[in-house]
Design a protein around this ligand. Structure first.
Ligand code: ADP
Length: 892
């Protein structure tokens, strides 16, 4: 953040005189700036927000706008840049993305009024809001399909607590956390901003994690994370005597939640936002997935950070933004309680089984704009007529949706849909009022006026007709003046500087009578006014002013009505999201032929005909619909499957698909399989693929070992682990030994369900020793010296790794693959030392190998036969026989 205190700037030693006092406006600026350290100050000057000093330099660079100067301070020019108020949002978005916080300092009185009051000095200004990454509410600054969480981390009684809220929707939750699981928790929430007490920054165990989240951290004084004052703050906020009614919370969680509410109040300058009561997420109720596993499985983003190609993008058929946010939340947080999973699956199944209902719901949902965020903007005083229109529209649809769900044939509805139906609520009166009140075309801001429909307020209609009538009178006046003066081209025009004026070209100027008062001389034209015109103008202005003032009052009334029903509207918004999600998951299930999984207690894992959702979708996208080979994965007495097979045979795909099926099942979705039975997975671990983490200064091997360590230290009997190619990043014997020891540990200590892919065939020897370990292999067919991957998992072990074949496929020069085969042959005979030395000495052999590797093309039997043939001498019958013989030869 920027060094903020411009006041401390000392005069240069060259300056013997004390500098002149700053101008009154500058003094006001400096005071406000000092009160808001760490923020860029957007200082309202008329139609612009201006930035000064270091703020101006930093913002001009970040926004790529001109840096100029305005006035002098302490004997130096003051650097300045500015952005127009009406386009400020776009600039704000860029600054927030670049990691700045911005304090918005507005004029809190009308300059004209201040003058009338006879006030001296600059117009009153105050900071009306701090804009930070975690407290955004504007559509333009947010991704509609993702939550933007503000998270808070606190410590009390030796425990860590985490709280998170989305100010733009009102979602608010908290949970206990700990040093080892915090990384996973943050990876799940992906908060835009994380508040934490200053002292926590010095906790060695969290150094590395904080370094990773550096740009999102906001450290605040320790006192703000005090649990008792946090509790009081929450009780005040919700107007309750005790928090226990919401659940039983740990002190650290309360401290974190209290700090969030405090920060929201600070950044929103006292306007109470809409926040749902805090919901506690018990760690045992959700599947724990650490950060590395999330990344590796590409749940919400691919390894390269894109949404496209992630599991989320593959399954997202939601229609509304709120539905999309709910889907992302559910996918990030699969459940660990069979009953809760079943309740979600019941809702999805209901929509799967009822094609018409699903279609009907989706058609209606398609007309529902995002009311969660509209509601928050309105409650923060940051909304506009279009937010009211969004409510009118979406709440208007709730009646039809409720009727749809009330069809007698649908009784009884599954629990979640019944709750959604109830949540939709009754909004007829509000909707009717909004329909009556709002005009067809709406401005973004209420201050622009013109959004109240004709017929809603008689008084408003009167002011408006007076305004419009006066405009017609101006037109009449123009016609009259034109006739009276005989100047046909006389015009009455309007601009913002001088208001209404009469304009004639310079050569007609002499023809005007004395009542025309000269205002301006332009190139080729003269401008005048008259007493009559000035009177009319006043009438128009005051009518327009009154109309606008009245409109704003009516707007506030409407917002007041909405606020009075805030809880019901929030419930309707949640219901819409639930319906959207159930119908959307049903849509994927039907479209991709997925099945309802059975999720139960115990440690079963029986996937039959399982597929990888994104790899299959990619094949479908390429027009190779049936191209994906389904595979079984049935872990019973054999808890651990050791999967061997060459590179590219489909090992990683197989491993991942089973982990993804577990995630999908426990989030409450159908799964890509013929059948699936899964005993609740309490923790999911994956160590897949190798990626250097150079940003954190770790080699591939180090990353691999860190991730493996986490698995071996944490996995328990209800966990599910996929491990791919452990020990690959180091020397063969090292790697083999590590993989060997890991397998033993998983088998003896962790006792978890495990899929372990390896290219070390030596590991299959463990099968004899470890009773719960079974060997499986990716089937490969050898055909005329080439390998064909069947992508089929079968029991047994791969006899070879086919590395050289894969190298051939990849297009390595033939001389290289031939030489590699030769070396391999020697190595496989086992007498490494001597034979290797001989090979190395035998460089000339290399040339021979090259010659052998690229033999002159030899004619095949079929070709030889063809060459011998003399077509002109063949009888028709012989020709036919020749074709048959050629066919046989080619087939051989
Ligand atoms: P490995 O881990 O054995 O090196 P991958 O799992 O990366 O192999 O698979 C290599 C490629 O093979 C994948 O990108 C995919 O296109 C294809 N593939 C894998 N499994 C299947 C399958 N079951 N059906 C069809 N294609 C598959």
């Amino acid at each position: 953040m920027l060094p903020s205190n411009t006041r401390k700037r000392r005069p240069s030693p060259m300056n013997e005189y004390s500098p002149p006092a700053p101008s009154p406006v500058m003094a006001q600026y400096l005071e406000i700036k000092e009160a808001n350290p760490g923020c860029l100050l957007f200082f309202r000057m008329g139609d612009f927000f201006e930035l000064f000093f270091e703020d101006a330099v930093a913002a001009a660079r970040a926004l790529d706008i001109a840096l100029t100067k305005r006035g002098r301070h302490d004997g130096a020019d003051i650097p300045m840049c500015g952005v127009p108020v009406h386009t400020a949002e776009a600039y704000l978005a860029r600054l927030i993305r670049a990691g700045f916080k911005v304090a918005i300092c507005d004029q809190i009185e009308d300059p004209a009024e201040a003058r009338r009051r006879g006030a001296k000095g600059p117009v009153r200004r105050a900071v009306t809001r701090l804009v930070t990454a975690g407290t955004l509410t504007e559509e333009g600054l947010l991704d509609a399909r993702r939550h933007n969480y503000l998270a808070g981390l606190a410590e009390a009684g030796g425990e860590l607590g985490l709280a998170w809220l989305d100010l733009s929707t009102g979602a608010f939750a908290l949970a206990p956390t700990g040093e080892t699981v915090l990384a996973g928790d943050l990876a799940r929430l992906m908060p835009g901003e994380i508040l934490l007490p200053e002292r926590m920054l010095t906790r060695p165990a969290l150094f590395e994690l904080f370094a990773e989240w550096k740009s999102a951290l906001t450290s605040l004084p320790n006192a703000r994370f005090e649990s008792e004052s946090g509790r009081r703050r929450l009780e005040n906020f919700y107007g309750v005597g005790a928090l226990e009614g919401f659940g039983s919370f740990g002190r650290a969680e309360i401290a974190a939640a209290g700090a969030l509410v405090d920060y929201v109040a600070l950044t929103q300058q006292g306007r109470p936002p809409h926040l749902e009561p805090p919901r506690r997420v018990a760690p045992s109720s959700v599947m724990q997935i650490d950060a590395a596993t999330r990344r590796n499985l590409e749940l919400v983003a691919t390894l390269t950070g894109e949404r496209r190609g992630s599991l989320l993008a593959t399954i997202d058929r939601t229609i509304t933004a709120a539905g999309a946010r709910l889907l992302a939340d559910h996918l990030a947080t699969p459940l660990a309680e069979p009953a809760a999973v079943a309740a979600r699956l019941d809702a999805v199944q209901f929509c799967v089984d009822r094609h018409e209902l699903r279609g009907g719901l989706r058609e209606r949902l398609d007309r529902c704009p995002d009311i969660e965020r509209a509601l928050t903007r309105l409650s923060l005083g940051r909304g506009g007529p279009r937010d009211l229109a969004a409510l009118r529209q979406s709440l208007g649809e709730t009646a039809a949706l409720r009727d749809m769900l009330a069809e007698p044939v649908l009784v009884p509805l599954p629990e979640r849909l019944a709750a959604a139906k109830k949540g939709l609520g009754e909004h007829g009166i509000l909707v009717e009022r909004l329909e009556w009140a709002l005009a067809a075309e709406l401005p973004l801001f209420a201050r622009d006026g013109g959004f109240i429909a004709t017929g809603y307020s008689r008084e408003l209609d009167e002011w408006r007709s007076l305004r419009d009538e006066s405009r017609r009178m101006i037109a009449a006046l123009q016609a009259r003046y034109a006739t009276e003066t005989g100047i046909g081209a006389l015009k009455i025009r309007h601009n913002n500087v001088i208001g209404y004026y009469i304009e004639v070209s310079a050569n007609h100027a002499g023809k005007l009578g004395a009542e025309f008062i000269h205002r301006q001389t332009m190139a080729g034209a003269q401008r005048y006014t008259t007493v009559e015109l000035a009177d009319l103008e006043t009438k128009i202005a005051s009518a327009a002013e009154r109309a606008l003032a009245l409109e704003l009052r009516l707007y506030e009334d409407l917002v007041g009505e909405v606020m009075a029903r805030r809880a019901e509207i929030a419930a309707a918004a949640a219901a819409l999201a639930t319906l959207d999600l159930a119908a959307a998951l049903a849509e994927v299930a039907v479209g991709s032929q997925w099945v309802r999984p059975v999720v139960e207690e115990g440690t079963a894992f029986e996937i039959r005909g399982g597929r990888h959702p994104t790899v299959e979708a990619a094949l479908v996208g390429e027009g190779r619909g049936g191209g994906f080979v389904a595979n079984n994965c049935v872990l019973a007495d054999d808890r651990i499957w050791l999967v061997t097979g060459p590179n590219m045979a489909g090992k990683s795909t197989f491993l991942r698909q089973n982990a993804l099926i577990a995630v999908l099942a426990q989030m409450g979705s159908y799964v890509p399989a013929q059948s699936a039975r899964i005993g609740i997975v309490d923790r999911l671990f994956s160590r897949v693929g190798a990626a250097d983490d150079l940003a954190r200064g770790r080699s591939t091997f180090m990353v691999e070992m860190v991730e493996t360590a986490a698995i071996l230290n944490q996995a328990g009997p209800r966990s599910f682990v996929i491990l791919d190619e452990i020990g690959r990043g180091t020397a063969t014997f090292d790697g083999l030994s590590i993989a060997w020891a890991c397998l033993e540990h998983l088998h003896e200590d962790n006792r978890c369900r495990t899929l372990f892919a390896t290219h070390y065939h030596e590991l299959t020897a463990l099968a004899a020793k470890l009773p719960a370990l079974a060997c499986h292999t990716m089937r490969v067919k050898e055909w005329k010296g080439d390998v064909v991957f069947l992508h089929e998992v079968g029991s047994g072990t791969a006899d070879r790794s086919y590395g050289v074949h894969v190298a051939k496929l990849a297009g390595l020069p033939k001389s290289v693959t031939a030489r590699a085969e030769e070396v391999l042959g020697v190595l496989e005979k086992g007498e490494q030392g001597g034979a290797l030395a001989r090979l190395a000495d035998d460089l000339p052999l290399f040339n021979a190998a090259r010659r052998r590797a690229e033999p002159p093309p030899q004619a095949s039997a079929a070709e030889a036969l063809l060459l011998q043939t003399r077509p002109d001498e063949l009888t028709p019958r012989e020709a036919l026989e020749l074709v048959y013989r050629l066919k046989v030869l080619v087939a051989e």
